[in-house]
Design a protein around this ligand. Structure first.
Ligand code: DP6
Length: 355
């Protein structure tokens, strides 16, 4: 029996953020979080366990996969390249967790490709770890349920647990390894919500999320956010169920600013110098956030959220998307030579075996 499988997973966008960990080894979060899988941001990963391999091999396709692509074989002209040491080690660590479940030691060849470029403000760790987990489990013939896959994916990267179920998802923070996992709130078809990701810069961020998580509890506002979150999370969950866009938008936008307030007030020392906090925004980011307020005053139904980077995610209903894109394009032309890339995401399906 060949010990090989390919899986696809979508990245996800959080409406209630995961920001700060209760346990950094297990990736237990401080709070429940809610997200949506993103249709245009996928990772495809093939895992092949091979007794003749002396060590795990981690290969990365630099060219991006097409959306409708279901196998990693074509149309890649170039051979995949060995992944950087940091990413490769995270993959090996994740393979070790799955090998432990299967009680084997066989090494694997992992080949992975993203449909979206890195630095687009969409974390590839969520889709990457979810696809890796599903592919490796399938390659070993492990018949794991969605909850177990979500728990395993979480160990690789916290937000990856939310890329296992389909559509709108909630990560139950839990208190130990076995009760911290994500489950579906609503199917992708339930609500035609659109995320227009406006990529204002491709520069890699200076402070990775993993560091931001560590700094979060140092902010004096962290506890204040945690106190308000049970109510806010309930409101967002209910708004998704009831397709109440106004409540959803207000609560989501306020939560994004709460997360960034914490980042901006997480004082720390880096490279020997004191910093008052972590600023993920660029001037273009702030310009867009201010514009959203104006657009809403003019009757356009649009809200924003942001992850740990300068990309602004504009949230609207499908029938408003072209008006929002027009508004973004108008703002873009207000400065010479400025070009923003826009990625249009719909709610997407679960991580799954393909090919
Ligand atoms: C800002 O899941 O990337 O995107 O568990 O350390 O891998 P690790 O962190 P990660 O953090 C994501 C942070 C966020 C918010 C979110 O997705 O909820």
């Amino acid at each position: 029996m060949p010990h090989i499988a390919t899986a696809q997973a979508h990245a996800n966008l959080a409406f209630v953020k995961y920001w700060g960990k209760a346990d950094a080894t297990l990736n237990l979060p401080l709070n429940n979080s809610i997200s949506m899988n993103l249709s245009e941001a996928t990772t495809i990963t093939t895992v092949e366990f091979d007794d003749s391999l002396p060590a795990d091999q981690v290969l990365l396709h630099n060219s991006t996969v097409q959306q409708d692509q279901t196998q990693l074989t074509l149309p890649f002209g170039e051979a995949p390249q060995p992944a950087g040491a940091g990413f490769a080690q995270r993959v090996v660590n994740q393979l070790d967790r799955i090998r432990a479940v299967a009680s084997i030691r066989t090494r694997a060849r992992v080949t992975t490709a993203n449909s979206f470029p890195s630095g687009a403000g969409i974390a590839s760790s969520a889709s990457g770890m979810a696809a890796l987990t599903v592919a490796a489990a399938a390659a070993l013939g492990l018949n794991l349920d969605q909850r177990t896959l979500s728990i395993l994916a979480r160990r690789g990267s916290g937000s990856a647990c939310r890329s296992i179920p389909a559509g709108f998802v909630e990560w139950h923070a839990g208190t130990n390894n076995d009760d911290s996992y994500a489950s579906q709130i609503a199917t992708p078809e339930h609500w035609p919500l659109i995320d227009l990701a406006v990529v204002v810069s491709r520069e890699p961020k200076k402070v990775p999320s993993s560091e931001g998580h560590q700094l979060a509890l140092g902010s004096p506002f962290s506890q204040a956010r945690l106190n308000t979150l049970p109510e806010r999370t309930g409101n967002i969950r209910r708004a998704i169920h009831e397709r109440d866009f106004e409540t959803f938008g207000r609560e989501t936008e306020a939560e994004a600013l709460a997360m960034h307030t914490i980042a901006m007030t997480s004082a720390h020392v880096a490279d020997g110098s004191w910093r008052s906090g972590v600023y993920y925004w660029l001037p273009d980011t702030l310009e867009l956030l201010a514009a959203v307020q104006e657009w809403r005053a003019d009757g356009l139904e649009v809200y924003f959220t942001l992850d740990a980077g300068p990309t602004v995610h504009l949230l609207c209903l499908a029938d408003q998307a072209s008006a929002v894109i027009d508004a973004v394009r108008t703002l873009e032309t207000e400065r010479d030579g400025r070009i923003w890339e826009i990625m249009r995401n719909e709610p997407a399906g679960a991580a799954r075996v393909i090919g």
